[in-house]
Design a protein around this ligand. Sequence first.
Ligand SMILES: [Zn+2]
Length: 426
Amino acid sequence: MKTRLAVLTLPVLFLCGLQVSGQNPPAPLGEQLRVYRQAHEKQILTEFVNLLSIPNHAGDTADIERNAKAVSAMLQARGVTVRLLRVPGASPVVFGELRTPGATRTIGVYAHYDGQPTDPAQWQHPPFSPVLRDASGKVVDWQAQEHFDPQARIYARSTSDDKAPIEATMAALDALRAAHVVPSVNLKFFFEGEEEAGSPHLAEILAKYPETLSADAWLLCDGPVHQSGRMQVDYGARGDIDVEMTVYGPAHPLHSGHYGNWAPNPIVLLTHLLDSMRDDDAHILIPGFYDDVRPLTPSEKRMLAETPAADAQLEQELAIAQPEGDGAKLAAQILKPAINVRGIQAGHVGGQAANVISTEARASLDIRLVPDQTPERVRREIEQHIARQGFFIVRQTPDLATRRAHAKVIKLEWGPGLSRLSRAGG
Ligand SMILES: [Zn+2]
């Protein structure tokens, strides 16, 4: 099996830090930071490798505590005041604060120190024994080097997602200090320990520490570099809610030769419902769905126009002859709300196919929301739309009496939305 990729290009180390520049004009400061980085590559890499060597599966409490301790120590070494934020049953959040006298604004930096579970059998090297590979993929002895090819890659769990921003933050703080730059803002650091488990306690932690965690803006350092390989700053991330839908047919599976054309087919009911919600060009067909969407400002439009487009390269790589969206660029499409059909399940296919009318059909959707849309309103609009298609909506599995009483019954189970996009990104 191929090694799972976990990549970090060294320049990415400074993505977060550049946001906190002080009084100096940006160009000279950027140059100073670059010089600092070049002079300290080995030191940065050594600290990073040490962090990557601590196993960090969200379920392993002892290892998670070791990570939290290590990250705390890294912050403390930079003069950051650190405490662990805890709620019962949760991995601790490493919270740090660096106040600037006289500063009136606060920037928060988010990253997570936990990682996905690993299957060592699928790794060419143990996932928590980092190795450096050069651009050709050959393992090189990084300890014998002082400077590193930016095209080299470190392989270890969480190298990119999401310990890189933690090390980047440390390096940025060091570089700013070396340049005698005092941040013009207060800084808060929030390093989560169970993001890959779906952040099950994040809402509780936010609710428990509202003052501690207030900031004027947050940098969420948990996303991909641009497809062109260049660093990028995203100015927001779409919200996400999800719903499980189950549509019902006859109480027992029926033979299609005996009952086809008579017994309602739940798969057809479901696919027609999905078709009524979204077309194959990504337009959402639910009336009123776009009413709340805040239009792009002129400056947002300008930034969009200036974003380098990697569409042609991606279309080639992903074998997409025609993307959704009427010719709009990817960067524009992800600024719009979206309904994604993330799964559909009913009946059987291939060797298991049978001439049967199924009893139920299920679909799973995730719905991406943009500024000024609210989950409550979107849920209501979707439910009203489903009701207008003739469905009787239930929250629990319907009994036979309910199914006898209504031509079309659908069970809707709303979830809070999983922030994971199966790790295509943040
Ligand atoms: Zn992540």
